[in-house]
Design a protein around this ligand. Structure first.
Ligand code: NAD
Length: 353
């Protein structure tokens, strides 16, 4: 076996159906006397349920979380946090709400209890992206890693059909890149392969039975494993392209991951023999990149960047931007190959690999 470095991150995870019942005890365990509950506007009702559950240990509800963690929203939430004497946060929602909890933790040291309702995976990472004046900056600091994560499968039953697929493929993309990133190691590869297999087989089952607790359990378990890969592992070309595309053209996060993944994988395939073997096992397909494309298409998710608002003349700009500050990647980045990749992703072509 080759030498490796494994970087484990601390987190307490409570997983299952109905695990929200553990919330008051988990809040107490962290020594939180008055928690500020965070949600997006559409998930405010879920936040109110948590407020009821928390009883005396609640400071208030802030239901204004928004995509890309804008600092104005963080400032408004911080005002409420301070004026109510809160000493911890409880975030229920997807990556946007979890991002707000992290932003408060960054500024105050607040302990966090997170209840994820999508598969994006932010709850397992020490990464925070914030937006100010239209500019997104990302930093990595242990100050934002949530202390406790309660995965309650029942919270994912309401995830809309298309978002289930795009969020699931967003998670799969974390695990795919962990297989061949610079930080790849055999332990993360185990988690990545299992996470991809669980999600890949659960998503079609969810499409035919959206409220199946068994299928949703498998998907959420898979998403957790994929999130661990993002938190402890590394990323490569796929994530670089998604960051460039999201930042330059304001494209939606999970959809962009869904569209780019098959093409980034096809680009790297010639240089990643062992990861491809794992991906064939995880998907049960000889052509994993095509299998991810087919999964997206069958689930009604977009498969072309042109369909989510990317202009065709943006391709050259995106290539130049990716080449200017490249991430590690197993296959060297070169303009012609990247242009071909993005043209295929823009048009929505099915890769054959
Ligand atoms: P999101 O959190 O923006 O959610 C999209 C919408 O779906 C929101 O309105 C949300 O309230 C709603 N929603 C979420 N779960 C639901 C459910 N179960 N039922 C009904 N509605 C539900 O989207 P996301 O894809 O979860 O997160 C994307 C954001 O997270 C991006 O800003 C991304 O940059 C960030 N992110 C950060 C990290 C990190 O490590 N820092 C990792 C992954 C994603």
């Amino acid at each position: 076996m080759e030498a490796f470095i494994y970087n484990g991150l601390p987190a307490r995870v409570i997983f299952g159906a109905g695990t929200v019942a553990a919330l008051p005890a988990e809040v107490e365990r962290l020594g939180i006397g008055r928690a500020l509950v965070l949600t997006t506007p559409p998930q405010a009702d879920q936040g109110r349920h948590l407020v009821e559950r928390l009883g005396k240990r609640v400071a208030g509800l802030f239901s204004g979380a928004a995509m890309h963690t804008p600092v104005e929203v963080t400032d408004a939430a911080l005002n409420l946090y301070r004026s109510t004497g809160a000493d911890g946060v409880v975030a229920i929602g997807g990556g946007s709400t979890i991002g707000l909890g992290k932003a408060i933790a960054l500024r105050t040291g607040a302990p966090q209890v997170v209840l994820p309702t999508s598969y994006a995976g932010s709850e397992m990472t020490p990464i925070i992206g914030q937006t100010e004046g239209g500019q997104k900056t990302t930093q990595k600091t242990m100050k934002v890693l949530p202390e406790t994560v309660i995965y309650d499968v029942e919270h994912t039953l309401t995830l809309p059909a298309t978002m289930t697929v795009t969020s699931g493929l967003n998670a799969i993309a974390h695990a795919v890149e962990a297989l061949y990133a610079e930080e790849a190691n055999p332990v993360l590869s185990l988690m990545a392969e299992e996470g991809i297999a669980k999600l890949f087989t659960a998503l079609p089952r969810i499409a035919s039975a959206p409220h199946s607790v068994a299928a949703r359990s498998d998907a959420l378990y898979g998403a957790w494993l994929c999130a661990l890969c993002l938190g402890s592992g590394g990323v490569a070309l796929h994530h670089k392209l998604c960051h460039v595309l999201g930042g330059s053209f304001d494209l939606p996060h999970a959809e962009t991951h869904t569209i780019v993944l098959p093409h980034a994988l096809a680009y790297n395939a010639p240089e990643i023999a062992e990861p491809m073997t794992r991906l064939r096992r995880a998907t049960g397909s000889e052509t994993p990149a095509a299998a991810f494309y087919d999964l997206a298409r069958a689930g009604g998710a977009p498969v072309a960047l042109r369909d989510i608002g990317m202009p065709e003349d943006g391709i050259d700009r995106a290539v130049a931007s990716a080449l200017r500050a490249p991430y590690f990647n197993p296959r060297p980045l070169e303009a012609e190959g990247l242009t071909g990749l993005l043209k295929a992703a823009w048009a929505g072509n099915r890769p054959e690999i």
